[in-house]
Design a protein around this ligand. Sequence first.
Ligand SMILES: [Fe+2]
Ligand SMILES: [Fe+2]
Length: 374
Amino acid sequence: MRVLIFGGSFDPPHRGHAALLLAAANKIRPDKILIVPAYQAPLKDSPQASSDARLAMTGLGILDQLPLKWRKISRIDAREARARRRVFTVETLAAVKPGELHFVCGQDSAMSFPKWKDTASLKSLAAWWYGSRPGIAGRPPAHFRRIPGQFPSISSTEIRSRLALDQDCSKELLPAVSAFIDRNRLYGKGVLASLKSTLSPNRYEHTLNVAALAESLARRWGADPVKARLAGLLHDAGRRYSPREMSAYAERRRLEVPERAAILELSPMLLHAHISEDLARREFGISDPEVLRAIKRHTLGDRRLGLLDRILYVADACSLDRGHASAPSTRALAFSDLDAALKLCVREKISHALCHESWLHPLTIALWNFLARR
Ligand SMILES: [Fe+2]
Ligand SMILES: [Fe+2]
């Protein structure tokens, strides 16, 4: 049996994927096609939509274009990942579906092949094909054959970025996929309108400033600008509530907040980061762990912060609307030395709390102690 495996993260699937698969199927003439949305594609950042959502979209976006006999989607990679086995799809399929395997992917994935795991054995398990995309320089390794034709220059990363800005992507996405994204509010779709209607005008303006600064800092320091923008947009979503409502929310949702009892008694406003994270997940459909973690850590901090955490912490503390005297210089410093800017931001936060004789959360103290020792 001749099996065509179409792999990718499909985050989201677009018209370029559909065109490539149709051309590949016509070239290879398989008995069966398996579309395999990877739980996490090799070498890519974690996808932003859950594997279930990507699986559903792939069904809507690509399968409808194919003749009935070829329509099949595989859940194998997601299942394997859940079982915590580090097995790449082709190996898994070779074990469970004996036959002639043909792996098809886009040019960028094909070019990254030398960095995949166990390439020597992978090479022998399947025939390898790629679709070329205008604008990508370089050639994939020699064992890849080209599917005839040029495929639209569409990138899922660009689509995600534009969706987060509420821009139209109907030229790139099939209508059923667009409708699915709208309905499930994936990739930050509809975030702006929702924030505008739930936050005060000042808080909304602050949110836009933080998102813009976080996005610029992400570009400067090599983080994902779309994730940074999303984290910036959603970091204060919980500020729609009063302190009393925040306390009730944390109780109702049983949020796990370190030192929760002390916060509830002394400073319920400190709950807003955890509430924003909870809203990002439940109301805005964000499943990306990096984005969620950055939102959760933007107020209290943590002893060790990842790159996106540090970017959001700094962007929040010195965004354009921040009135304290050192904000402009800290903002400039963040583009030349992010950690030095972070240290200033934490110092400013602690000084402010001490001036007002406020309670300091242990995580903030731990962050300062960590930074002071370096
Ligand atoms: Fe905040
Ligand atoms: Fe904020």
